[in-house]
Design a protein around this ligand. Structure first.
Ligand SMILES: C[S@@+](CC[C@H](N)C(=O)[O-])C[C@H]1O[C@@H](n2cnc3c(N)ncnc32)[C@H](O)[C@@H]1O
Length: 341
């Protein structure tokens, strides 16, 4: 299959040997031009090239027997050929592509006649390996349209099964009928293919209930074997011992020094208080509380008048100095008596 614009389309045209009609559509005008050139080069006379939005195509074209939707994608499968995909694409690209792919697949299904004698099939393909653009898109179609997945291993015998569960996501079990192709396994671009058979032309009003038989296992639970569950793993002790065993003497010294520094710092910040300091503080705290006590104005006045001026406390001198002071006082008294006489 060629990777040139319209490569798959022109290949199908060749397979049809100029019988029937093949509608080939692309939103990009330049791609349509290249496609027309290829159609002419291969001498195909049964191809109608349209340059329309695939989402609106079902209203413009007659009911078809088969549709190949080679959907626009992030191209995560062609990183080997175009490494810029790794930096060009972000999470938002995967989300927006997934949304567009769901819409295009729904429109493609709506274009197909379920009662077609020669088909009623839709083939969905991407050159991406992301679950969001592949299994999630097909799973959405299974819920919103009357379609079922069919096997195509009789014509393509290689590839690995599509995923029915990925991390916390669960898909319809029939998704194992889809195929994934990996560059490192199949020596080609990363690719995904699903073949759907339309079972009714009716479009369900509401999304179908997910009747997929899913186990309620969490991702990773498959590793919870009985042997694993019965074994006792003491993470605390095991890890703790290993960590302490690894400590070098230098490290131990550093830790001890750090402990001391911490303790000193704590003491400086919060020095231990003595008993006297405590009582002084308590008294200081208690005093303003006493002052705050309110008294009637009259009582306050009488109390003020009763209060006697405080005498300044006597100076207490040491005994030798006190004796001297008494002597000098006596001397002065004697002098005064003599002067009177
Ligand atoms: C994977 S390529 C198809 C390649 C083509 N089948 C081939 O073999 O060369 C996807 C194409 O979808 C076209 N596309 C993107 N959005 C579209 C839309 N809304 N409707 C129709 N075509 C669209 C892109 O322009 C792009 O050429």
């Amino acid at each position: 299959m060629a990777a040139a614009p319209g490569g798959k389309t022109t290949y199908i045209g060749q397979l049809m040997r100029n019988t029937g009609t093949l509608f080939a559509n692309d939103l990009r005008r330049d791609r349509c031009k290249a496609l027309v050139a290829n159609v002419h080069r291969l001498g195909l006379t049964n191809v109608v090239v349209t340059n329309l939005d695939g989402k609106k195509l079902s209203k413009m074209l007659p009911r078809l027997d088969r549709v190949l939707l080679d959907a626009p994608c992030t191209g995560s499968g062609i990183i080997a050929r175009d490494p810029s995909v790794k930096v060009k694409r972000g999470q938002k690209d995967f989300e927006s592509h997934s949304r567009l792919q769901k819409e295009l697949l729904a429109a493609a299904i709506d274009m197909v006649d379920a009662g077609s004698k020669t088909g009623g099939y839709v083939v969905y393909s991407t050159c991406s390996v992301s679950v969001e653009e592949n299994e999630a898109v097909v799973d959405h179609a299974l819920k919103t349209r009357n379609v079922e997945l069919v096997s195509f291993t009789s014509s393509v015998s290689f590839g690995v099964e599509g995923l029915t569960k990925y991390r916390e996501r669960r898909f319809h079990p029939s998704l194992n009928l889809t195929r994934r192709y990996y560059p490192h396994v199949h020596n080609m671009d990363g690719f995904f293919v699903a073949k759907l058979k339309k079972t009714s032309n009716k479009v369900p009003e509401r999304a179908k209930k997910d009747r997929a038989k899913t186990d309620d296992k969490e991702w990773g639970e498959e590793h919870w074997t009985p042997a694993f569950m019965d074994s006792v793993v003491d993470f605390e002790a095991g890890n703790g011992q290993a960590a302490s065993a690894k400590k070098t003497s230098r490290e131990k010294k550093r830790l001890r020094r750090q402990k001391l520094i911490d303790a000193r710092g704590f003491q400086q910040k919060f020095p231990p208080r003595s008993a006297t300091e405590d009582t002084a503080k308590e008294q200081a705290e208690a005093e303003p509380r006493k002052r705050k006590k309110k008294m009637p104005a009259k009582e306050l006045q009488s109390e003020v008048s009763e209060v006697k001026p405080k005498k300044s406390p006597k100076k207490v001198l040491p005994t030798s100095r006190r004796a001297k002071a008494v002597k000098s006082k006596d001397k002065a008294k004697g002098k005064m008596k003599r002067q009177k006489l």
